[in-house]
Design a protein around this ligand. Structure first.
Ligand SMILES: [Zn+2]
Length: 186
């Protein structure tokens, strides 16, 4: 993660995102209830539609050495996704950025704040608390515990098959399985 402070643009209004709609649904249960109310598909979770339904602009472009970024510009939240990464990686990036919006975007000033992504799924001392929180919430959103458990109960125990079901990468499934305590090491 890199937090890039930009010089504020003139006449940029302050936007309190803590009062914005997308930030009022914070837990996985709240997010899923909201998605259902909006008619957004929840399995696999359609994170792009969820963002768009809340007015977030999604931009796909080439970003050197980054998976994506999230920023606020002219009172619009913009999530940029690296168009050269594969679709499952893009989905994780979108969920990761949604998590930043929910957890780390309070009281930002328009045009001055941006979080850029370089690394996903690392869970050691070198990755910051903010990134860990975003990865964890993203994995929960894409692979809720109750759905993960019910797939296991249905006998789907192969990492690749779980990844297909959730439409995420095998690496993302391993990360979630580790977080849920199903595997000892990630
Ligand atoms: Zn991040």
């Amino acid at each position: 993660m890199a937090i890039i402070k930009r010089p504020p643009k003139q006449s940029a209004p302050n936007v309190d995102l803590t009062s914005s709609e997308i930030q009022s649904y914070r837990t996985v249960e709240e997010i899923y209830a909201r998605a259902e109310a909006l008619g957004v598909k929840t399995f696999p979770f359609d994170v792009i539609s969820y963002l768009k339904c809340h007015g977030v602009r999604i931009v796909y472009e080439e970003i050197e050495d980054m998976s994506g970024c999230v920023e606020l510009e002219n009172s619009t939240i913009i999530v940029t996704i690296n168009k050269y990464q594969n679709q499952t990686r893009q989905r994780f990036t979108a969920a990761h950025e949604l998590s930043h919006i929910i957890k780390h975007f309070p009281n930002v000033k328009d045009g001055e704040f941006k979080i850029g992504e370089t690394v996903l799924f690392r869970d050691n001392e070198t990755i910051g608390k903010v990134e860990r929180e975003a990865n964890e919430l993203a994995a929960e959103i894409l692979m809720p515990r109750n759905v993960f458990d019910s797939l296991l109960r249905d006998g789907i125990r192969n990492i690749e098959r779980l990844a297909e079901k959730f439409n995420v990468s095998p690496a993302a499934v391993r990360y979630r399985a580790y977080k849920l305590g199903y595997i000892q090491r990630y």
